[in-house]
Design a protein around this ligand. Structure first.
Ligand SMILES: *Cc1c(COP(=O)(O)O)cnc(C)c1O
Length: 424
């Protein structure tokens, strides 16, 4: 089977031939690959070509593809039913794992995606405070909910889509956008709208304008300002939960948000999201409180057991130091290769995620992220793909390592990257 023939068929049946925009490779040029299977750190396309995978399904697969513990948990559960529409015991187990690893989360509600988690968290913040406005940061992506598509990162940024067609202006107007890492701008917005702001939603480490770290004092300032105006902080940890540490970014940066959004790793590759927080806030969620939110497949037993197996294995391995060591080996290797070739670049890295920006500027917000040479990134991507290294097909995304990546994988990837860069 040929990638290109299948993709033509896909295009006649599905918009762009895909179920999610960036998969069409539009931002990097060239035809997308279609996947046949994946195992560990490797992925194979329908033509049988093998890739070392640093896309890792955009973050969920911290144990690598098809980890035996996750696969056997899912297949065992499948024998017992795929969905019940009633509470199952695995929800309790996963809720306990989440609550015990994130001190700011006392109660949790499971949903089916990160988007659902952030949408529901916003509704909860509005319901709890009785206020309308939401503050988000330029270039942060919180899923595709109407209120959050304004100045969004990820695929919205990559494709240069203005972000809001289909979102009524009346809705968009309730979202106030501030540059990431800009405390003064945040204070200014609160001076103008403070009494009407329900919440500030933030990626504690941004992953969707590429990896951008919070400057010292930025997350603290969000906490202080919201507190003094009676607004809530929503920490969107959909990428960072269980990625940066067992307790996510909030553990690393010693933060205490009101509501936390989870996704990706928590489902171990199955569709799963969650939002949780202080008991007093979460008790406003139906049926305990008046803020409605529901889901036919919520708490799905397959997603639950995949999440449980993933978290248990993660906590047993405690691989964070080793993951960071391998990641740094990769980033410093890539840095050397690019420097030798005289290519200006910045690598923003934390734990096992990073982004290479082709720019001389320090990247600390969406404006500086956009200074990256995206045409060069496109060529870099295509050359890597040809060499058998799969990375996110978009500049404003993160590469991910997993526990399945070995020292040999990194050495081999560096060899291939060096060859690719030679013809850049
Ligand atoms: C991926 C992501 C989302 C959206 O999650 P989906 O499961 O794709 O809906 C939300 N917030 C952040 C920070 C993300 O990285």
């Amino acid at each position: 089977m040929k990638n290109s023939e299948l993709f033509q068929r896909a295009k006649s049946l599905m918009p762009g031939g895909v179920s999610s925009p960036v998969r069409a490779f539009k931002a990097v040029g060239g035809e997308p690959i279609l996947v046949a299977r994946a195992q560990g750190s490797r992925l194979w396309d329908v033509e049988g070509k093998e890739y070392i995978d640093f896309l890792m399904s955009w973050g969920p697969l911290i144990l690598g593809h098809a980890h035996p513990a996750v696969v056997s948990a899912v297949s065992e559960q499948a024998q017992k039913g795929l969905s019940y529409g009633l509470t199952n015991i695995h929800e309790i187990t996963l809720a306990e794992l989440v609550v015990s690893s994130m001190p700011s989360v006392e109660m949790v509600r499971f949903v089916s995606s990160g988007t659902e988690a952030t949408m529901s968290a916003i509704r909860l913040a509005r319901g709890y405070t009785g206020r309308r406005y939401v503050v988000k940061f330029d270039g942060c992506y919180h899923g595709h909910g109407d209120a959050l598509l304004v100045s969004a990162g990820s695929g919205v940024a990559t494709l240069g889509i203005p972000g809001t067609p289909g979102v009524p202006e009346e809705v968009a107007r309730l979202t106030l956008v501030v540059p990431y890492n800009d405390v003064e701008a945040l204070e200014e917005v609160f001076r103008r709208y403070g009494e009407e702001i329900a919440c500030v939603i933030v990626e504690p480490v941004a992953g969707n304008m590429g990896v951008v770290l919070p400057k010292e004092g930025f997350l603290e300032a969000i906490r202080d300002i919201t507190r003094s105006y009676g607004a809530l902080v929503i920490c969107d940890e959909v990428i960072t939960n269980f990625r940066l540490s067992k307790g996510g970014a909030q553990e690393l940066f010693d933060r205490d948000p009101d509501i936390t959004c989870m996704g990706k790793i928590i489902g171990g590759g199955m569709p799963l999201g969650a939002y949780g927080g202080r008991r007093e806030v979460m008790e406003k969620v139906a049926p305990e409180g008046p803020v409605y939110q529901a889901g036919t497949l919520s708490g799905n037993p397959l997603s639950m057991v995949a999440g449980i197996a993933t978290l248990r294995e993660l906590f047993r391995l405690n691989p964070y130091e080793e993951l960071e060591r391998l990641t740094k080996k990769l980033t410093s290797g890539i840095g050397e290769v690019l420097s030798r070739k005289g290519i200006a670049h910045r690598i923003n890295q934390i734990a096992s995620m990073f982004t290479i920006f082709f720019t001389e500027k320090e990247v600390y917000d969406y404006q500086t992220a956009k200074s990256s040479d995206r045409e060069l990134f496109g060529r870099f991507f295509r050359l890597l793909l040809k060499e058998g290294v799969l990375i996110p097909p978009a500049q404003f995304e993160a590469w991910f390592l997993s526990t399945a990546h070995t020292e040999e994988d990194i050495d081999l990837a560096l060899e291939r990257i060096e060859r690719a860069v030679a013809s850049l």
